[in-house]
Design a protein around this ligand. Structure first.
Ligand SMILES: Cc1ncc(COP(=O)(O)O)c(C=O)c1O
Length: 482
């Protein structure tokens, strides 16, 4: 007995001993009223200090697992070890259709699998080598010393007040009229959109968006039972004529648009088109959900105001953004800026669903932003991504036969292949050669995009970008000629 006790490093020994003994008691290896070894015996047997055994025994006594008899030692208490007859439910039978649909659309489970030795263009997550962990640690210590006790308690559903104030100001600087607007803090963009879809009246059950568009948004629209109409993308944004035709023919609940560094095409909607979009939606009195996730990653060209700024005092733009791409996705912090009345209801939906986003995370983020570290980080990140972007464009233009290549900056490029090459078939071949990318069809609203692919370059080294694009180019040459 006790010869299978093994210590793992870095965890208090008395806790490990306590857990070991508890397991023996609950498993029935130590029986009710059985005498435990004395503290001296057990410490010698396990080569640990006597104090450690004393502490473990004291805790077990406090938890009612053992009892002490003066002058006699420690004994095992009565512990219920009854187990009901073992049953095996079929959980698949109990899963609802929404959950089946979520599983079906889960690219992590059904998308391309790759291993660490491969060059993967599938991710558009930030390059973690850029993260200034030291300044984040500093912000953490600062905020904890100011109000550590408060941020560890429950907070407000709407979000951490200083962060809300910061973001209102941040949006005002972007040119947004914040009068009668408010901010709700969310767990990233994805939760924000989910909350919104859970709160809006599904009168027409139809949403209009760019085609292709962000895969997670498509998933949510489908999970919430919306029909999706996608409007083709031109090099300066959505095709206005087609947008107008659709708006005139069908009734929509809202539009979802990504005006800057659109995912997946990387296109930035021009200023002229932004105006036309706003005019059109004003005429139809339709809400626009604007996704501003990436707009800070501007490498060149003049500043472009978000649609929310074009709306002026109007209240039909619901602006959603997140710190996932422009800072740290692990924080899962995003925000919605919208009309006060809408935020009022979204706040209740947020409270009902998740109570609030982690106050600790919001508070540390606020400190980081307020101390000016974000400004410095984004400058550095932009210069690194710009180099990668230019390199990727250069090599794609040289080595990949394309009908169309788009991407005005950001973290990815989008390619429509020449000669109707099926990008999934190409992916299979590239996979054999150690390179993977995202087939573009997953971003389309209408099962098209068979000849397209997205190349995310943010996390790759410059040498990997060159090598990866060269391999894609060679694979095309070897299999399709050219
Ligand atoms: C278009 C778009 N919006 C928003 C996000 C950020 O989502 P989240 O904040 O939930 O990570 C992404 C991330 O890839 C995106 O591509």
């Amino acid at each position: 007995m006790f010869n299978d006790f093994k210590l793992t490093e870095g965890r208090p020994v008395y806790i490990q001993l306590k857990e070991y003994l508890k397991r023996m008691i609950t498993n029935g290896h130590l029986l009710e009223h059985q005498k435990l070894p004395s503290t001296r015996e057990l410490s010698t047997l396990l080569s640990i200090s006597r104090n450690t055994v004393l502490t473990a025994y004291a805790d077990l006594e406090q938890e009612g697992m053992i009892y002490a008899v003066k002058g006699k030692g420690n004994f095992v208490s009565h512990v219920e070890t009854f187990k009901s007859p073992s049953i095996q439910l079929n959980w698949t039978e109990k899963i609802n259709n929404q959950s089946f649909l979520a599983e079906e659309m889960d690219l992590m489970k059904h998308g391309v699998r790759w291993n660490k030795e491969m060059i993967s263009f599938t991710s558009i997550a930030p390059d973690e080598k850029l993260f200034d962990v030291e300044n984040f640690k500093r912000a953490f210590l600062n905020r904890m010393s100011i109000e550590g006790d408060i941020v560890l308690n429950y907070g407000y559903a709407k979000g951490y007040k200083p962060l809300i104030e910061y973001l209102l100001h941040y949006m005002e600087i972007k040119g947004v009229d914040i009068r009668n607007k408010d901010v709700l803090i969310t767990n990233g963009f994805t939760e924000a959109l989910d909350l919104l879809l859970s709160s809006l009246n599904k009168k027409n059950g139809r949403v209009i968006c760019e085609n292709p568009t962000h895969h997670s948004a498509l998933k949510l629209f489908r999970l919430h039972g919306f029909e999706i109409d996608g409007i083709e993308m031109e090099d300066d944004g959505v095709n206005i004529r087609k947008l107008e035709t659709s708006l005139s023919k069908k009734e929509y609940d809202f539009a979802y648009l990504i005006p800057s560094y659109h995912n997946p095409t990387g296109i930035v909607t021009s200023s002229e088109k932004r105006k036309e979009i706003m005019e059109l939606f004003s005429a139809y009195q339709l809400p626009i959900v604007e996704d501003g996730f990436n707009e800070e990653l501007r490498y060149s060209g003049s500043h472009l105001a978000p649609l929310a700024a074009f709306a002026g005092h109007g209240n039909h733009v619901i602006y959603i953004s997140s710190f996932s791409k422009i800072l740290f996705p692990g924080l899962r912090v995003g925000w919605i800026l919208a009309d006060k009345e809408l935020i009022y209801y979204l706040e209740s939906m947020k409270r009902a669903r998740t109570i609030h986003t982690s106050t600790l995370d919001q508070a540390v983020l606020y400190q980081y932003l307020n101390d000016g570290y974000f400004e410095k980080y984004i400058k550095k990140a932009k210069s690194v991504y710009k180099k990668k972007y230019e390199l990727a464009v250069h090599y794609c233009k040289q080595l990949i036969p394309f009908k169309r290549l788009t991407g005005d900056g950001g973290l990815h490029l989008f390619i429509e292949l020449e000669n109707n090459i099926d990008s999934r078939k190409l992916l299979e071949k590239c996979y054999q050669n150690g390179v993977v990318f995202s087939p573009g069809d997953v971003f389309y609203t209408d099962n098209s995009g068979k000849h397209t692919l997205r190349l995310g370059f943010s996390r790759l080294k410059e040498s990997e970008i060159i090598q990866g694009i060269t391999i894609i180019g060679d694979t095309i040459k070897n299999h399709y000629g050219g």
